[in-house]
Design a protein around this ligand. Structure first.
Ligand code: NI
Ligand code: MN
Length: 223
């Protein structure tokens, strides 16, 4: 069964297969590159990699409106519970959770995680296994050696990789990351959203890997 990967701007993605719609890192409100608005989205599940506003600004409102199950760090789920969200699946790096569509696995990420001054647990990446296909969204991270191990363990069909520099890898490090992970398709994100992030990602040229630089609003289908 195919998976449609919609890029909604910055680091926000929707993965769709059949009746399953998995939203990753919802940031539409205040996102200068957003291709849609939060109230247009109707996910069945939401994954949040870490607590920064550019990854979870719209999580609570979308979860409340849709009843979508949220998969995220223990501390983020604790926060969302206080906001009245009921369908929560908390985890931590290294853990995997069975889902109606497959699995959600949390991976390490080298970054920080806070929201409105509150500690939000460990930053993570997420491997979403959706109807047999695995999409690895790295979250925000610098380059680290265990990306090779994560690639070997999860064998992702596509990797979504931050390339904007300053807060994450830049394009040159992201090239190394994509090669270490080894997924046949790499989708760059987290660049050009604001002047602080680089816009020129011409150095992101991983060997032997198809780069799909989606524009916000564009999508890619994995057969
Ligand atoms: Ni961040
Ligand atoms: Mn970020």
């Amino acid at each position: 069964m195919s998976i449609k990967i919609d890029f909604l701007g910055h680091a926000t993605f929707m993965l769709t297969s059949g009746e399953h719609r998995v939203l990753i890192d919802p940031f539409l409100t205040g996102n200068p590159k957003a291709s849609t608005t939060a109230d247009q989205l109707d996910p069945t599940a939401i994954c949040i990699t870490h607590g920064h506003a550019d990854h979870m600004a719209d999580a609570a409102s979308i979860a409340k409106r849709t009843g979508a199950t949220v998969y995220s760090a223990f501390e983020i789920c604790e926060y969302l519970g206080e906001q009245g969200i009921e369908n929560l699946e908390p985890g931590n790096p290294g853990g995997s959770i069975a889902a109606p569509f497959g699995h959600v696995s949390f991976t390490p990420a080298v970054h920080s995680s806070s929201f409105e001054g509150r500690y939000m647990g460990m930053p993570m990446g997420v491997v979403v296994e959706l109807i047999g296909k695995r999409i690895y969204h790295l979250g925000d991270t610098g380059l680290f050696g265990d990306l090779k191990l994560i690639g070997d363990l999860h064998q992702p069909h596509a990797a979504i990789i931050p390339v904007g520099d300053r807060f994450t890898m830049g394009p040159a490090h992201a090239k190394v990351a994509a090669e270490m992970i080894g997924a046949p398709v790499a989708i760059p994100c987290h660049y050009g959203t604001w002047p602080l992030l680089v816009s020129d990602i011409s150095a992101f040229t991983p060997d032997g890997i198809e780069v799909e630089a989606l524009q916000p609003g564009a999508s890619l289908t994995l057969e």
